[in-house]
Design a protein. Structure first.
Length: 440
């Protein structure tokens, strides 16, 4: 990292430490992408700590409810602490039966937003804002929705990059860097898969490692080759509107069939289950196809830039700007590298990642050719994306390792940032569209 990049990162971490008195593992991992971290922290600080429609303890309780949908104990514990520190009533931590009805009414939208946001309708919104003494004002509701979407998406980041609790029972001083679900991602000092692999191998292992390296090298070359070809083809051939629509439908259908690992014994511990209702409700499992389908949301009919942004900003001032800045930041973030290659334009690849997430939520951009997704994202990467986005609690180290073996960890964290923000934006689009419909 360049010297001034390092300074920037250190400054930011020092600043964060002095305002919040801690440097959690999320912040540390994200600090690999300093510029992004800055906008992330700014929006998070705003929704959690600045003036806003909801009282502070409510905000943390909502974060807990959101994280619990994905059994993310890491985030739950963090916000249990914060909830108490901000004056929350300890009894509420016994579970949903102990909280006020008003807060309990958020369960339904929490559940839908987390797993099948396309099912949210204006009736859900009406129900929340028109329930007599337990009603939510629109600004309060928007604040809650933003928090829910933020923490669902953050759970994806936590599992996707393998972030562990700060306090590990095995370490006496209580602080250990990033290791997770038996899965350690960011060995910050040694940011390269190959080096790691060769350090640990025996002689025989060396041969195997060599073969694997050769293999993954050719994977990388092949991917770059495909990017180049797509770029060239783009210049001379334009697919028709119908063809583009068909490609989207095909990709959407196929994404439903991408299996993200069996998860038979889903035992949710009581620490987590007390904060959720209907724990079995998840991203639509399309094993029983035909009886339900994922409708298409035409992105141009309700865009973040033209619709979502102004609505959110009007009801909960300034959060729109902060989110907007963060979305732009992540969308444009690039170092022009691909593993060991420099000066590469990676726009196509980054678009494919972002748009694939929206595709899994049924959101279609009519000027985007989903054939690109198909060419650029290999199967193991799709499995990873679907798992991290839709069922983050099922992410394993094996899934993390099995795609892009040549790439750096920092690049895989970058992937996670894209997945997280795309997911957050998708949830917001559905929720805000329902609010707009309620208002009109
Ligand atoms: C996600 C990665 C492919 C991003 C790439 N390293 C870039 O700087 O653009």
């Amino acid at each position: 990292m360049q010297a001034n990049g390092l300074d920037e990162r250190t400054n930011l971490l020092v600043e964060e430490y002095s305002t919040s008195g801690r440097l959690d593992n999320i912040t540390q991992v994200m600090s690999i992408h300093t510029q992004y971290l800055e906008s992330f922290l700014r929006s998070q600080f705003y929704m959690l700590r600045m003036d806003g429609p909801l009282p502070l303890p409510y905000r943390h309780y909502i974060a807990i409810m959101a994280a619990a949908r994905h059994q993310c104990s890491y985030l739950i514990n963090m916000h249990v602490d914060e909830f108490l520190k901000t004056g929350g009533i300890a009894e509420w931590l016994n579970g949903l039966e102990y909280i006020p009805q008003r807060l309990k009414n958020l369960n339904e939208i929490n559940k839908l937003l987390a797993h099948r946001p396309w099912l949210i309708t204006k009736e859900h919104i009406q129900k929340l804002v028109k329930t007599g003494e337990n009603n939510w004002s629109l600004p309060e509701l928007v604040h809650a929705v933003v928090l829910l979407a933020h923490y669902h998406a953050l759970a994806s980041f936590v599992f996707g990059s393998g972030i562990n609790p700060e306090r590990d029972p095995d370490t006496s001083n209580g602080v250990r860097l990033i290791a997770v679900n038996n899965f350690c991602v960011c060995d910050l000092a040694n940011d390269n898969n190959i080096e790691n692999a060769s350090l640990t191998s025996s002689n025989f292992g060396n041969v195997m490692v060599f073969l694997q390296i050769a293999d993954s090298l050719s994977e990388l070359e092949a991917l770059m080759e495909r990017m180049k070809r797509l770029q060239e083809d783009k210049e001379d051939e334009e697919a028709s509107q119908e063809e583009m629509a068909t490609r989207f439908e095909k990709e959407k259908k196929e994404s439903l069939l991408v299996i993200s690992g069996a998860f038979d014994d889903e035992i949710v511990s009581t620490d987590v289950s007390r904060y959720i209702e209907d724990p079995g409700f998840g991203y639509k499992d399309f094993a029983r196809r035909g009886e339900d389908h994922l409708p298409t949301f035409r992105a141009q009919d309700y865009t973040w830039e033209n619709h979502g942004f102004s609505l959110v900003n009007r009801l909960y001032s300034d959060i729109g700007h902060l989110l907007d800045e963060k979305f732009r930041m992540v969308y444009n973030l690039t170092y022009n590298t691909m593993a060991t290659h420099e000066d590469v334009d990676t726009t196509m690849l980054r678009r494919a990642l972002f748009n694939y997430v929206h595709c899994m939520y049924g959101i279609r951009y009519d000027d985007y050719d989903y054939g690109e997704v198909n060419q650029l994202l290999e199967r193991s990467l799709k499995v990873y994306i679907k798992t991290v986005t839709c069922y983050p609690e099922r992410t394993t180290k094996r899934m993390y390792d099995s795609y892009w073996r040549q790439f750096k960890h920092s690049e895989k964290v970058h992937v996670n940032l894209l997945l997280m923000e795309a997911r957050m934006q998708a949830e917001l689009l559905y929720a805000l569209r329902a609010i707009t419909r309620h208002l009109t």
